[in-house]
Design a protein around this ligand. Structure first.
Ligand code: IPE
Ligand code: IPE
Ligand code: MG
Length: 288
């Protein structure tokens, strides 16, 4: 089976499990949660978790609940990010954003519920006794990197910093938190479940950080190329801040560094290499 097919199957597995997790009730809240999650994301973070897990000998079944939890956290962050008080985006994945479809009050609660559900899913996962300390480490990593020191801290920088304050160093710090936080948590999840040692964990963390930087810069390049959503508030964008040439150069550099880190640490993973290289493609508009 080639790498694309393997990733396609992993994406289907996460899709099926998310569908199952979100079908426990037919309430308005669950309708809003389903609207937010089951609307066609790339499932990039679950794929990173599966691929990193495979690299450390962890089976897909063991990674699955954590992969779903990471995707639930990602989707909660998007629901809240789109709210009028944050980015004020009317559309997400080509469909009305959660608050446009269900109202701000329900969208706020749907986001809260997705975040809480993510931790419930992980807490409820039963693992063999010897894997329990690894699960604890995963929980620590995911909560840390999606919280104030990670994703939420990055969102704060995104909404408060002025263009004058955004030197390249500060901008990279913003991205490492806002986007790199959850992406790094995703690859670390697979590695921790596989009992990776300190140096391997360090390497996979560096891969995650470089992929996080590349991912957001690519997103900013694609956002700039597409016609901006009229309602959306303007937020820091790598291209408007540093220009398209610099953005493309940095994108290449971060991908190269990510791939180099894997090689240097002798982490052989066709999938992790593939997911990195895929970020160099700038044509595919639907798969932003
Ligand atoms: C969008 O994330 C927000 C960013 C961090 C740039 P994705 O590009 O992963 O969104 P989906 O889940 O595939 O829609
Ligand atoms: C969203 O970042 C990142 C998080 C929700 C943490 P952006 O605002 O740059 O992404 P889009 O453009 O809304 O997808
Ligand atoms: Mg946004």
């Amino acid at each position: 089976m080639d790498v694309e097919e393997r990733l396609r199957q992993k994406k289907e597995a996460v899709e099926r499990e998310l569908e199952r997790i979100l079908s426990q009730e037919d309430s308005l809240l669950f309708k809003a949660m389903r609207h937010a999650v089951l609307s066609g994301g790339k499932r990039f973070r679950p794929l990173l978790a599966f691929s990193s897990g495979a690299c450390f000998g962890v089976s897909q079944d063991v990674v699955l609940p954590f992969a779903c939890a990471l995707e639930l956290i990602h989707n909660y962050s998007l629901v809240h990010d789109d709210l009028p008080s944050i980015d004020n985006d009317d559309y997400r994945r080509g469909q009305p954003s959660c608050h446009k479809a269900f109202g701000e009050d329900i969208a706020l609660l749907a986001g809260d519920s997705l975040l809480t559900l993510a931790f419930e899913v992980m807490a409820q996962t039963s693992l063999e006794e010897n894997l329990l300390p690894r699960k604890e480490k995963v929980l620590r990593e995911i909560s840390h990197l999606s919280g104030v020191k990670g994703m939420i801290g990055g969102q704060l920088m995104d909404i408060t910093l002025t263009p004058e304050e955004l030197t390249e160093e500060v901008f990279h710090d913003l991205i490492l938190k806002k986007t790199g936080g959850l992406i790094t948590a995703s690859v670390k999840t697979g590695a921790l479940l596989g009992g990776a040692g300190d140096s391997e964990l360090e390497a996979i963390g560096q891969y995650g950080q470089n992929i996080g930087l590349a991912f957001q810069i690519r997103d900013d390049i694609l956002d700039t190329a597409q016609e901006a959503d009229k309602g959306a508030l303007s937020r820091p964008n790598y291209v408007s801040q540093f220009g398209l040439e610099t953005a493309k150069r940095r994108l290449h550099n971060f991908i190269e560094t990510a791939r180099g880190v894997l090689d240097k640490a002798s982490l052989e993973s066709e999938e992790l290499h593939y997911l990195a290289t895929k970020l160099l493609e700038l044509e595919n508009k639907e798969e932003k």
